[in-house]
Design a protein around this ligand. Structure first.
Ligand SMILES: Nc1ncnc2c1ncn2[C@@H]1O[C@H](COP(=O)(O)OP(=O)(O)OP(=O)(O)O)[C@@H](O)[C@H]1O
Ligand SMILES: [Mg+2]
Length: 282
């Protein structure tokens, strides 16, 4: 498959395209990465250098691809952190152009806004744009539990509440919702879950919770789920994604490094060592 992935790029470490591209390639997919920023490292270090690309320049790169006459080959568009409403417009325009060339192309939006620990960490302009304009255009969204609530004006905690919020998200337009980092109050200690919901059902997978918070794991999760979903179905994509991301984080945690060990864990994208049961919950 071929993916157009419009995300941040960092030289050191792995977030945005610098997290999402290699796992897709390791699975045998072509990826056309378009950078929205070119930073030295992710902003979690507190200091970084390099440019935020002007939205017009990002749009220009996409126009250049269009001028090669190849947009119709794209199976999926991926987007991650959107730094401004203007970048959101560029992404929406790219999605429209890809769909004009290939109506079957899928768009996955990771509606990055925050998490349960930090709250909302993006500019206040971003959530309204995601809610009103971006999410309605997406085929797949991959919010974490906090973002699912923030998108839908809810604060889901229990499985039932998360399913109800996911239904509200489906009503906004997407056909599939992947809820990441689900941490229900009644889950077994030391576990973390992921939930996939579509019109046909809802499926949950539980893994051990590892002692780390690695930047970029959400970007890998969103990319892998998108590729597997296009090739299979929601429960299979959920199982494969959970197994590969768990293996990647396990290798990373054992290394003691702060950055994802993508290269070291590469075989786990194709053939993860441990699989986890996927349970149908609706
Ligand atoms: N500490 C952890 N232990 C095990 N799995 C984890 C852990 N952290 C993340 N994951 C896995 O990675 C997936 C993506 O989570 P991640 O926290 O990277 O992205 P997120 O849910 O978007 O949160 P954030 O936006 O804060 O990065 C989770 O659904 C989970 O499967
Ligand atoms: Mg995320």
């Amino acid at each position: 498959m071929k993916f157009l992935s419009i995300q941040s790029s960092v030289a050191y470490g792995h977030v945005g395209n610098s997290a999402a591209v290699f796992p897709l390639q390791r699975l045998g997919h072509e990826v056309w990465p378009v950078a929205t920023v070119v930073f030295s490292n992710h902003t979690g270090y507190g200091a970084w250098r390099g440019p935020l690309l002007p939205p017009g320049d990002v749009a220009d790169v996409i126009t250049g691809i269009e001028e090669r006459g190849v947009l119709g080959q794209i199976d999926g568009v991926l987007s991650g952190y959107q730094g401004s409403a203007e970048i959101a417009d560029v992404i929406l325009d790219a999605v429209a152009r890809v769909r004009a060339a290939n109506p079957r192309a899928s768009y996955t939006c990771d509606p990055v806004m925050g998490n349960a620990d930090s709250g909302c960490f993006v500019h206040p302009d971003i959530p309204p744009v995601l809610r009103a304009r971006v999410v309605p255009e997406a085929d797949v969204i991959t919010p974490n539990q906090f973002e699912l609530g923030f998108l839908t004006g809810t604060e889901p905690q229990t499985l039932e509440e998360i399913l109800a919020s996911a239904d509200l998200a489906l009503e906004m337009g997407p056909r599939t919702v992947l809820v990441t980092s689900v941490q229900r109050p009644d889950r077994p200690d030391g576990t973390i879950e992921m939930l996939a919901v579509n019109a046909d059902g809802a499926w949950i997978v539980q893994t051990p919770r590892l002692p780390l918070k690695a930047n970029g794991s959400g970007d890998v999760t969103s990319a892998l789920f998108t590729a597997h979903l296009l090739a299979t179905d929601a429960p299979t994509a959920l199982a494969r994604t959970a197994a590969s991301v768990f293996a990647l984080l396990d290798v990373t945690a054992r290394s003691g490094e702060r950055e994802l060990r993508l290269v070291e864990a590469q075989d786990a994208f194709v053939d993860p060592p441990t699989s986890f049961e996927v349970n149908r919950v609706r």
